[in-house]
Design a protein around this ligand. Structure first.
Ligand code: 3PG
Length: 311
């Protein structure tokens, strides 16, 4: 009323910035906790197909309970919504299980160094499969991203092909997931939180039969007994933590995707990886050679160049 419009606008813009800042900080913190517990679980219980299924199952359960208790509004969805969600869910499932298989084979930091190359996959997919064109600086920024990842990979002390390929497949799958999901969220009828809830549920349906086929209850039972005898009965809480934090960080990331462009999202995601890489190296005492760290730094620097070039 008495306040002139520009002031209001400036205030709203500042409030929006604070909100995004809080989303990002929460997203990164939850992601660090997820990565630590996920790796602790995988070290004692190397069954990534089950742990990735459990992450989706716990997330689905949390959301069903939230809807039941009216803590979250039940989304209004129709068949078209689920049809449009199907390709997103396939990509989410592949990306999730591939990243988890990767982390079961190599250091968390290595998986995330390779995953920091995601912008390169995004450009290559957009260019060659969708026919999109970019300014030359965007292509040039891919050189440090790809070169840095390659340097980090060849100097990695505990290199493992499955671990490497898992992270690469995850990159490719998540590029498709992000392209499809931004399209699917455009209608705005379903909030970011509920969009991710539905995505979890559909992915759970897709993943469960594959998890049973690849690993299966017999392996799980034997592995579980061994993990409990090694760690103790509180092992179950590690599994609960990795599952709950997986859901929470993804939920927050989808809530922020609701508010920001895919570009800002992917920059936020790469910065998230810096915290995960540093935290996991400290907590798991991961050996790193200087040349290896240099590769990671070049790849991440390349992502900043990429974001500048794309703006
Ligand atoms: C997963 O299990 O889905 C991966 O750890 C996710 O990786 P990202 O969300 O960090 O890309």
């Amino acid at each position: 009323d008495s306040i002139p419009m520009p002031d209001n606008e400036a205030r709203a813009a500042a409030a929006q910035k604070v909100k995004i800042g809080i989303y990002f900080a929460t997203w990164w913190a939850l992601n660090v906790v997820f990565n630590i517990y996920n790796k602790k679980v995988l070290n004692a219980f190397p069954y990534p197909w089950l742990t990735s299924t459990l992450s989706l199952a716990v997330g689905s359960l949390i959301m069903l309970l939230s809807w039941g208790a009216r803590v979250a509004e039940v989304p209004k969805t129709d068949l078209d919504f689920w049809k449009a969600l199907a390709p997103v869910a396939v990509a989410h499932t592949i990306g999730h299980v591939a990243a988890t298989v990767s982390m079961s084979k190599v250091a968390v930091s290595f998986t995330h160094i390779i995953k920091s190359g995601e912008p390169a996959f995004s450009v290559l997919v957009s260019r060659f499969l969708l026919g999109e064109r970019f300014p030359v600086p965007v292509y040039l920024s891919l050189l440090p991203i790809i070169g840095g990842c390659a340097l980090a990979a060849v100097t990695e002390l505990n290199f493992n092909m499955t671990g490497f390929m898992g992270a690469m497949i995850s990159n490719l799958a998540f590029v498709f997931r992000n392209i499809f999901s931004k399209k699917g969220m455009k209608g705005k009828s379903v909030s970011g939180m509920n969009y991710y809830a539905c995505l979890s549920m559909l992915s759970l349906l897709i993943l469960t039969p594959f998890a049973i086929a690849v690993e299966g209850p017999q392996m799980w039972a034997a592995g579980w007994n061994e993990a409990v005898s090694q760690i103790g009965p509180h092992f179950v809480w590690w599994v609960a933590a990795q599952s709950v934090f997986y859901h929470l960080y993804n939920q927050v990331s989808y809530m922020s995707l609701d508010e920001i462009s895919p570009l800002t999202f992917s920059i936020g995601n790469t910065m998230k990886r810096i915290s995960v890489i540093v935290a996991s190296i400290i907590i798991f005492h991961t050996p790193v050679q200087p040349i290896n760290a240099l590769g990671a730094a070049i790849a991440i620097f390349g992502t900043f160049l990429y974001s500048q070039a794309k703006q």
